[in-house]
Design a protein around this ligand. Structure first.
Ligand SMILES: CC(C)(COP(=O)(O)OP(=O)(O)OC[C@H]1O[C@@H](n2cnc3c(N)ncnc32)[C@H](O)[C@@H]1OP(=O)(O)O)[C@@H](O)C(=O)NCCC(=O)NCCS
Length: 247
């Protein structure tokens, strides 16, 4: 059975989790700990996991899985009791989060709703991601397989990440790829997947230039005026805000 040290550890972890919610949810800055404890589904799920994990570590049968399942039904957050979670995790909004059995999460990590730290198939052994300290995983992101996400990285909302992520980087898209490393766009061939050349647009532009030249030639030969508007391809106008096609 868990000893007094385990209870002390769980109490400390819960205090840190509450502080994390207060620091990282802009809507919680003026909210007291009791209110967070009563109203935050992600905090409930984590609190329950801290207890289930301690029971699991102490070799208690059935109860940890039962507790995890009841918590899933109530909060919509499923955390396997064996998953290793560091200090001050914040699961914002909670719903739809899945954290697999062999997942490992460092300290001060933030997960938004709909995040999956899952496996890719039916393999056994270490098959879930390892997340470093200070990582933010955006809503709906799927991190699959025994990949490693380096410390202080950000995973964009709705990304599907199946490869290791370097530290201090931003990864977006499906498949997830770095768009910032140490604050800069990645350099080198094939590094910047969000700004690929567009061979179809290039071909159309070439054709339009040839048509323009032919129109001028026809006008010259026939002694007529060339068209006032030469054929040209206008570049696609980028909408305001982030490019939804990026990634
Ligand atoms: C990825 C994120 C953390 C921003 O990180 P950042 O390091 O500040 O990156 P930037 O905003 O400079 O964006 C870098 C590039 O990725 C693109 N990008 C950002 N988020 C993206 C996403 N989720 N999907 C696809 N592309 C994305 C940007 O358009 C930008 O493209 P550019 O290189 O063409 O300029 C943020 O966009 C995000 O997804 N946060 C998740 C927040 C969330 O889930 N909130 C839910 C609250 S309920």
């Amino acid at each position: 059975m868990p000893g007094i040290d385990t209870f002390k550890r769980v109490a400390r972890e819960v205090r840190q989790d509450l502080a994390a919610a207060r620091q990282r949810d802009p809507a919680a800055h003026d909210v007291g700990r009791v209110e967070i404890l009563l109203t935050y589904g992600g905090v409930h799920a984590l609190l329950s996991h801290r207890i289930a994990h301690a029971l699991h570590e102490a070799g208690v049968p059935l109860l940890p899985r039962f507790l995890a399942n009841v918590t899933k039904v109530i909060t919509g957050v499923e955390i396997h009791p064996a998953a290793r979670i560091g200090e001050a995790l914040f699961i914002d909004h909670g719903a739809g989060v899945v954290i697999g059995e062999t997942a490992e999460i460092g300290d001060d990590v933030t997960l938004y709703q709909g995040v999956t730290l899952g496996g890719t198939g039916f393999e056994s052994g270490k098959r879930h991601p390892t997340i470093g300290d200070n990582v933010v995983v955006g809503s709906g992101a799927k991190l699959l397989g025994p990949i490693t996400v380096g410390s202080c990285s950000k995973i964009g909302a709705n990304s599907v990440v199946i490869h290791d992520v370097p530290a201090n980087s931003t990864v977006v898209g499906n498949p997830g790829h770095p768009v910032r490393v140490d604050g800069k766009r990645p350099e080198g061939p094939d590094a910047d997947w969000a700004h690929l050349p567009d061979p179809v647009a290039d071909a159309l532009k070439g054709m339009a230039e040839r048509i323009g030249e032919l129109e001028e030639l026809v006008a010259e030969l026939s002694g007529t005026e060339p068209p006032a508007q030469p054929a040209k391809v206008r570049p696609l106008r980028r909408g305001a805000g982030s490019d939804p096609a990026a990634g």
